[in-house]
Design a protein. Sequence first.
Length: 287
Amino acid sequence: MASIHTDPPAGAAPDWTVPQDWDCYSPAEHAVWDRLFARQARMLQGRVAPEFLAGLDILRMERPGIPNFEELSERLMRATGWQVVAVPGLVSDRLFFEHLANRRFVAGRFIRSVGQIDYLQEPDVFHDVFGHVPLLANPIFADYMQAYGEGGVRADGLGAIDRLARLYWYTVEFGLIRQGDDLKLYGSGIVSSHGESLFALDDPSPNRLGFDLRRLMRTPYRIDDYQQTYFVIDSFEDLLRQTVETDFAPLYAELDGEPDIAIDAILPSDHVFTRGTQAYALGRRAS
Ligand code: HBI
Ligand code: FE
């Protein structure tokens, strides 16, 4: 994982926010955004949850160029009370949770270079704004993200951030959602990635399992490659309900006594949508 600073970087406020400096983006940087946007908007048709597309419309994100966070935040504030603030990069977990708990989404202001068009280690403005922000215009998901932030502040006090990071990873970043008999994408790490937008739905390699909070919190995840397991929620309402109805403190205590589940394992209790071949992961290990 990229380095997470230990104190506010130069020029940042105590909460690590910095000005977006939208006027400083070059035409070439806007062009990278437009290229990524056009490719993903095409790729996601028919594959992404309709709530994501609705968010793109509400926030008028189809307009060319890197969005101006102030304009974006005006529309987002009207929709769900959220705003987008610029940060220099990954912020500390504690601060990340505090921003989310206050309906502030922290977004990187840099954009990847043409050479990194398909993968980069640290979240850039395309991952954060195209990937994460559209669903923040959906009232249920907006509530979920704030509940997650509040849970994170509590988890920090209980030393349980790693458990909650798994929930974030397997929902906010790499989650799938049912739509009738189909599965659709909604995780930001997937929808902002051309390759994983295909892999997560079409490839026979990964497991696709029904969302189960306890089981998910015992499952490690990949930070450097496509996931070996994806979890499928029934609806955003169900995800929110399970999160706000769960008393996490006893859950963390219960989980402390249980070993992790292997990243590619399938349990008898799992609701299996896809029993993956893991061919991709095995192939990567062999290479
Ligand atoms: N910081 N800027 C930024 N963006 C993130 O997505 C982020 C972060 N810090 C920590 C973090 N995500 C994850 O470890 C959370 O699960 C806490
Ligand atoms: Fe992200």
